[in-house]
Design a protein around this ligand. Sequence first.
Ligand SMILES: Nc1ncnc2c1ncn2[C@@H]1O[C@H](COP(=O)(O)OP(=O)(O)O)[C@@H](O)[C@H]1O
Ligand SMILES: CC(C)(COP(=O)(O)O)[C@@H](O)C(=O)NCCC(=O)O
Ligand SMILES: [K+]
Length: 238
Amino acid sequence: MKILELDLGNSFLKWRLRDGAWVGAVQRILITDLSLDWPLEWSGIQRVYLAAVAQQALQSALIQRFQQMGVQVELAQTQAVCAGLKNAYAEPERLGVDRWLVMLAAWKAQPSACAILDAGSAITLDYIAADGQHLGGYILPGVSILRQSLLNNTARVMAGAETRAAVLSPGRTTDACVDNGRLHLLKGFVQSVQEEAAGFQIKRWILTGGDGELFKPWLPNAEYQADLVLDGLQWMFE
Ligand SMILES: Nc1ncnc2c1ncn2[C@@H]1O[C@H](COP(=O)(O)OP(=O)(O)O)[C@@H](O)[C@H]1O
Ligand SMILES: CC(C)(COP(=O)(O)O)[C@@H](O)C(=O)NCCC(=O)O
Ligand SMILES: [K+]
């Protein structure tokens, strides 16, 4: 059966095709480049699995497009419990479905204590204990949002195009001060949560999300897995 897996985040729509054991390459498009008449070039798809945390209107428009093609869309919903993984939220459905799916994918791949850092539009961190209990987590502004919110709320901090050329040393231009400052902030966060995770007996670290690579130097033993949201969809529906 030909399945289309979709991850509608706050910055990008990511997708891949799956047919039995065959899995296609992941592709992505910026949400701002998505129009309602965006061509859906897929043919012969029998099902669509969708994880969405973007605006409701966009989610509904996407679902409607597939329905017009006669294709059923399975919309992922955050669960309270699945496969021994237990959501920490008192109102489980309020936990972002992308967070739930990355936890599910990590837990299914290896049911052991872990910390999962997902650096997308927002940065999320979630802890899972050895018995599958989600211990909760954190939501932070993402790498781009951090910079953009600074530029948007100050009159004279004017930086040029965004780069990833930052270093951990004092800047001598506005650009360098902004970018290097952000790097220090993120490193400090990672160091702080590593201490906390150790207190929870968590040694396994997993990195994901569009900006996941940026965190690698501070988490050298982390597994980097680019497509955990899409991986999680399979576990939810099959
Ligand atoms: N052209 C781009 N436009 C916007 N963000 C980009 C771009 N290239 C890389 N990024 C980075 O990718 C991040 C989004 O990563 P991703 O995991 O795909 O997010 P989401 O799941 O929230 O859509 C952004 O926060 C930004 O830092
Ligand atoms: C925290 C998020 C914005 C992350 O989204 P993303 O960066 O992947 O676009 C998303 O998981 C979300 O909207 N969560 C709902 C609030 C919560 O998880 O408590
Ligand atoms: K994210």
